[in-house]
Design a protein. Sequence first.
Length: 88
Amino acid sequence: MFGLKKKDSKPEVPNIIVEGGDFKCFIHGFGTSDINEWDKHCIETKHTVSGETLCADCGHKVYFENKPFRGVGKVPIVFCDKCRGGEH
Ligand SMILES: [Zn+2]
Ligand SMILES: [Zn+2]
């Protein structure tokens, strides 16, 4: 034996380099700066999030689902039905 020590298992880091773009997907090796392209990728590949947040306009609690993923810990900007409907 050469005394090789096995380090405690680290979380696996994806080995894919994604070139360019503000938005990157390390699962599919996809990168883009175009938010529309990114949204399309997310919808097509089901990188979507669901949850609840506050309406970006009036601050009411709103539920959202199947919104494109925008980064770890980032919540999509959503509006409540009222604000989306433009009634104020
Ligand atoms: Zn992807
Ligand atoms: Zn609102």
